[in-house]
Structure formats: C-alpha cells, structure tokens
Design a binder for this molecule. Structure first.
Ligand SMILES: Nc1ncnc2c1ncn2[C@@H]1O[C@H](COP(=O)(O)OP(=O)(O)O)[C@@H](O)[C@H]1O
Ligand SMILES: [Mg+2]
Length: 300
C-alpha cells in the first residue's frame, strides 16, 4: 500500500504541519507501507500530487486541511484518508458552532460571542461576560493571534490582531484552572494529559518550543474523572468524530469547560497525542498503524 503523507498547506500552521508530516513519514512502518511525503503548496496539489497513492495520511493543520475541505476532495477522488470526516472536521474547525452544539447536549463551555470585521465591538457584551476574556480567531489553531485581555484598553487591539487571521473573532470568558487534553481514539479516551505552560497560557511558543510546557499523564480523581470522561465522549459522539481527535478542556474552580476539539491534532515529536498513546501502550509506529487501520475501516 502506498501512503502519501499530506503536509504543508496554506494556513498559518504550515510549519507545524511540515513537522507533523515529517514525523509521520519517518515513523510509518516501512515493512508494511511505501511512504511518500506530499507537500501541498497550493490547493490543486491535493489533486495533482495524490494521483497514484492508495491512502492519504493527512498531516495538514488549519484551513484547507483541518476544516474538511481537503478531506472532501479526497472523498471525491475516492482516496481513503486518515481521521475525521469532512463534516466533523468542518464543524470542529469553527469553535463557535462547536460550542453551540456542546451547549445543546449539556457539555459545559465558557460564555462567548463572536464578531466579524464588519461588526462594531460591543463593549457592553464584553462587560457582561466579565474580564479577563480570551480573544482568538474563531477558526484558528496553535494559539495564533490568541490573547488574554484583562481590561477594556487592550481589547480593540486584540480583536484587530485576531481579525488578521480570520474573518470571525471569538471573545470568550477566561477560565482559571488546570488545563488538560483528552486524546480520543475510536471513541476511547486515552490517558489524560495535564498541561502546565511556562507562560501565562498554552501559547504558540509553549506548544512548540522544547520545554515550553510540562505535559504529564495524570489520573484524575472522582468526580472530575467521570465528568471529563462524559464530556470527552459526548464531544466525540455529537461532533461526529471518527478515528482520532483531541478534546481541550479546562478544569475550572466550579466545573469543567471544553475549549475546542482538534480533528487533526499535531503529531510532532513533542505533541500531546503520541505521548498519550504511548501511555496507553502504543509506540509511535503502532499508533500510526492503528490510525491507518481505523481510517480504512471507517471509510468503507
Ligand atoms: N477561555 C479560556 N480560558 C482560559 N484559557 C484559554 C481559554 N481559551 C483559550 N485558552 C488558552 O489558549 C490556548 C489555545 O486556545 P484554543 O481555544 O485551544 O485554540 P487553539 O488551540 O485552536 O489555538 C488554550 O490551550 C488555553 O491555554
Ligand atoms: Mg487548542
């Protein structure tokens, strides 16, 4: 079987994607698969460069990769691919739509609203949420253009910065607490990882610099454990995830809050998912193999 590892792309997360892609290409089982790296520099490459592959291992992040569009092209070309469907990918790429669905199924998420470049920022709405708030691109990733804003004087600038990366910006209540991530594979929750960034929050550099954050496998205690398990399971089910996805959660003082679901979580050397899979008992090669097998099963 010839596997094309699809990486690069046209989003602000291109560099991260190239790292994820190289890591996947290096670690896929060469005794089982012929592996070819495929670098996407423009959208048409997903058609032009995938002609003779049997399976696409998608290592793209952000727009045209994580949002379901590349997946839909591969569906059209009849090439099986890794991970979530176009529908789940599209929903989860939009943080606000995701949160709306979560609310309707009883999964707790922080108060928020969104605005686009044509809207005037309504400061009264921010006051109603209460500072500090987090400002982020609604369809962003890797914490790009994400800021914690403590008061009115900094909010306009944070919104303008986020608008450079997306036409829609989210303003969300800042939740103080312990950040965790839940790696889900085939609907099963793998060991939970606690994230302790060295900076104020899990920003770009704490995500990708060596030693930028402490990330440790933890055993949650009852009743938080059951709450987290239920929330992660509901996210998986109601956002229609398949194969693998990662749910970001903050354990606040009063409740747990789901931040977002990542349908193409990073798989670089320092990434969270391989760490969790390892604690579950799968080394990176075995984990990648499992992803290929689960994907083939779910595409049939
Ligand atoms: N409402 C919030 N309260 C506290 N921290 C937040 C909040 N929203 C985001 N963060 C911090 O910013 C990081 C990135 O936000 P997230 O919503 O996961 O977007 P992405 O990872 O797609 O960039 C989180 O991992 C967390 O550290
Ligand atoms: Mg996140």
């Amino acid at each position: 079987m010839k596997i094309g590892v699809i990486m690069g792309g046209i989003s602000s997360e291109r560099e991260v994607s190239l790292n994820t892609g190289r890591e996947i290409a290096n670690n896929l089982d060469k005794n089982k698969y012929e592996v070819v790296p495929i670098i996407i520099d423009k959208k048409e490459d997903i058609i032009e460069k995938t002609r003779d592959i049997d399976f696409a291992f998608i290592a793209l992040h952000g727009k045209f990769g994580e949002d379901g569009i590349a997946q839909a092209v591969l569906e059209t070309l009849d090439i099986p691919y890794s991970g979530c469907s176009p529908l789940a990918s599209g929903i989860c790429m939009d943080k606000s739509i995701t949160k709306s669905i979560l609310k309707t199924v009883g999964v707790n998420t922080a108060d928020w609203f969104t605005l686009n470049s044509a809207d005037k920022l309504d400061l009264a709405r921010v006051d109603a949420i209460g500072y500090p708030v987090v400002v982020k691109p609604n369809s962003g990733g890797s914490s790009v253009a994400t800021a914690i804003v403590n008061g009115e004087k900094d909010i306009e600038e944070a919104v303008a910065e986020a608008l450079k990366f997306d036409s829609e910006v989210m303003i969300e209540k800042y939740i103080k607490g312990e950040e965790i991530t839940c790696c889900m594979m085939d609907g099963i929750l793998l060991p939970v990882i606690a994230i302790k960034p060295k900076s104020h929050f899990f920003d770009y550099s704490s995500k990708y610099l060596d030693g930028g954050a402490d990330e440790v496998i933890i055993e949650l205690e009852s009743p938080i454990r059951e709450k987290v398990e239920e929330a992660a399971r509901k996210c998986w089910k109601h956002l229609k995830c398949s194969v693998y996805a990662r749910v970001d959660i903050i354990i606040g003082e009063d409740d747990i809050y789901v931040l977002e679901i990542n349908t193409l979580p990073g798989l670089t050397k320092n990434s969270l998912f391989p760490k969790s899979a390892k604690a579950y008992g799968l080394d990176f090669l075995e984990f990648l193999d499992r992803i290929v097998q689960l994907s083939l099963k779910s595409r049939n």
